[in-house]
Design a protein around this ligand. Sequence first.
Ligand code: ZN
Length: 57
Amino acid sequence: MPWKLKCNECNTTWELDISFDIGKQKHLYIYCKTCKRNTLNDILEYYENDEKEANDK
Ligand SMILES: [Zn+2]
């Protein structure tokens, strides 16, 4: 599932498509393409269908 991450170093918001659930944690240490190194990223949310989300919540 695609997750929305935000790099703490450069404040870039980007998408990460991985198959496992990272929603239990708030941060992820992962490679940032903008910083070109591993940085701490905030896990903001995961992308859903906008229509589905509107119906669910
Ligand atoms: Zn970065």
